[in-house]
Design a protein around this ligand. Structure first.
Ligand code: SF4
Ligand code: SF4
Length: 299
């Protein structure tokens, strides 16, 4: 899929000009500028050319091309057709473009498992991170709706690496405690969502869109042990059950947790902030460690 804001325009340009100025054609397909009429004979650039001289019709140095541009940008920047297909504008990567997100307000996905959003087009790791591999060969990763619900409000985020071949890692600070968030498989990290350093709220309010954490180029092993579809939905049901068991045990450890940790079977949003430091680290280790596995979790 291409970005809904990506538009096409037939443009004209001068083959001889050192600075390529693009002129969009009107819907009727004609323009009044001198390049497309006999007036081109008076153009100094035309006169300076040694060949292809003609005094009739449009200038022989006038070229036409099909370009694309971003309809959401305040100033249209034209890009050749082939280049837009390589950029995020021409494939599913548009979902992570700041401009698209600001203009389209896509909101939370409608697919969920008992109240936890779980988009079907993503792949999920056992430690509650998602991966989206798009058809341009790039990928994005972030935390899933389960982890974002558990964390609630985030104080800040720090990226361990900004580029390179790594297991992408960030440190998220919640209630003064630093928690590592690690994508469990390595990929070539090309970009981190640095907007989140100024405003980390999107990590939990828009975990699958504006709250993405890492962008990169996946290797074949990047998708190892990830699940999607019905397998992911079954796993998420199990994780909710497991979280409730964990919190019931924590209730006997923490006087402050009280009855607020559960909300009709679904753990309360921001439950991490109600845990003391030891239990918060235990929760992080149990559910969000890169060593988390779908089998053999302690009970
Ligand atoms: S008239 Fe011909 S040479 Fe002059 S600017 Fe237009 S296209 Fe270029
Ligand atoms: S810059 Fe962003 S909003 Fe504009 S076309 Fe590309 S992906 Fe869409």
């Amino acid at each position: 899929m291409t970005c809904p804001f990506l538009k096409e325009a037939q443009v004209r340009y001068c083959r001889c000009s050192t600075v390529r100025k693009l002129i969009p054609l009107s819907p009727a397909g004609h323009s009044d500028e001198k390049c497309s009429s006999e007036s081109h004979a008076s153009c100094p650039v035309y006169q300076s050319q040694p060949e292809e001289e003609t005094a009739f019709g449009p200038c022989p140095y006038l070229r036409e091309s099909l370009m694309q541009y971003c309809g959401a940008a305040s100033v249209a920047k034209f890009v050749p057709y082939s280049e837009s297909l390589l950029s995020r504008c021409g494939n599913d990567g548009y979902r992570y473009c700041e401009l698209y997100l600001a203009m389209a307000h896509p909101g939370m996905p409608t697919e969920d498992v008992d109240g936890i959003p779980l988009p079907g087009w993503l792949q999920y790791s056992a430690n509650h991170m998602w991966l989206d591999v798009t058809d341009d060969g790039s990928c994005h990763a972030g935390i899933d709706g389960f982890l974002s619900r558990a964390l609630g409000t985030i104080d800040r985020i720090t990226y361990v690496w900004l580029a390179g071949q790594h297991r992408p890692t960030a440190v998220i600070t919640v209630a003064g405690t630093d928690l590592e968030v690690v994508f469990p498989n390595s990929f070539l990290l090309t970009k981190c969502n640095l907007y989140l350093r100024a405003d980390p709220s999107k990590i939990t309010t828009e975990p699958y869109t504006g709250g993405w954490l890492f962008e990169g180029v996946p290797a074949p092993e990047t998708t190892d042990n990830l699940v999607r579809g019905s397998e992911a939905r079954h796993w998420m049901e199990e994780e909710q059950r497991h979280m409730n068991e964990f919190l019931q045990q924590s209730g006997s450890h923490s006087q402050e947790l009280g009855p607020s940790y559960c909300d009709g079977g679904l753990f309360a949003s921001g439950v991490a902030r109600h845990l003391d430091r030891d239990r918060l680290l235990a929760l992080s280790h149990e559910f969000f460690s890169p060593y988390a596995s779908r089998k053999g979790k302690s009970k």
